[in-house]
Design a protein around this ligand. Structure first.
Ligand code: ADP
Ligand code: MG
Length: 258
């Protein structure tokens, strides 16, 4: 689905990514982890076509990302960031409908698609139906991030890129957000790449993890393989205890003072 081959990215003198190689199969959910400044957001921006690679090859579905036009890319790839939507005074339902922009002509029309039914379904799944007429700037951060998810769902992309989507949410909304994404993935088979700071959430939801450090790949594998005490000590320079989650057995990280 996505092939990253020896990709480097420089900004002037600064090297943000060096020789990154990585293959993402259709339907997988990957997490990208690593310290601040390690190139995680840069890598997502290269995949979404927002920014261009400096060298190497980056292909989606066998075609170079640079060969897709903007409209083709936005029909295929959706991006959601930590503060997914600005707090504008605009009704929730209209914002979800904006996800259809890449498919509409310049009069806002779309052929062969019952957009109303699609948006109704999304509003319902995300528990937004009762909030449909409310302006976005009157909602809580957790509700707003659900609206942002609704907008990208309306886009019906094949690839979803998430950049720290839960960083501003409390633990209830963090889990709710991740569960909603997991349900969507189960129904649609969408491919997901998520930059996550919370390693415990990453372990619960991602099939595989890519670890970046100072622009280089320093680990690729399942959460069990990657989230070991040695690896975390090496990458993050903290001394954690890793335990098995008592309910689902995935690795969970406990931090302690030195
Ligand atoms: P992360 O998301 O892992 O925290 P980033 O990908 O945002 O890291 O940044 C990686 C490095 O690239 C950092 O040193 C950052 O300052 C630099 N960088 C990112 N975007 C730009 C840009 N547009 N211009 C210049 N430097 C950038
Ligand atoms: Mg980042």
């Amino acid at each position: 689905m996505i092939e990253v081959n020896e990709v480097s990215k420089t900004y002037g003198d600064l090297s943000a990514l060096q020789n990154v190689s990585w293959t993402i199969e259709e339907g997988e959910w990957w997490g990208i982890i690593g310290p601040n400044g390690s190139g995680k957001s840069t890598l997502l921006q290269l995949i979404s076509g927002v920014d261009k690679i400096s060298s190497g090859e980056l292909k989606i579905r066998g075609r170079h990302v640079s060969k897709y036009n903007r409209r083709e890319l936005s029909q295929m790839v959706a991006v959601l960031q930590q503060d997914g939507l600005p707090a504008i005074h605009y009704p929730v339902r209209d914002i979800v409908e904006m996800g259809r922009f890449p498919f509409q002509d310049w009069l806002g029309r779309e052929q062969n698609k019952n957009t109303t039914a699609l948006v109704d379904d999304i509003m319902n799944r995300l528990h937004l139906t009762d909030l449909g007429d409310r302006p976005l700037d009157e909602l809580s951060g957790g509700q707003r991030q659900r609206v942002a998810l609704g907008k990208v769902m309306a886009q019906e992309p094949q690839i979803l890129l998430l950049d720290e989507p839960t960083s501003f949410l409390d633990i209830y909304y963090q889990l709710q957000f991740m569960e909603l994404v997991a349900n969507w993935r189960q129904d649609s088979g969408i491919t997901i790449v998520a930059v996550l700071h919370d390693l415990n959430l990453a372990a619960q939801f991602c099939d595989k993890l890519l670890v970046l450090r100072e622009g280089e790949v320093v680990g690729v594998g399942t959460p069990d393989e990657i989230l070991t005490e040695d690896n975390i000590r090496r990458v993050y320079e903290v001394d954690p205890a890793v335990v098995k989650h008592p309910v689902n057995g995935v690795p969970q990280i406990l931090l302690s003072r030195q």
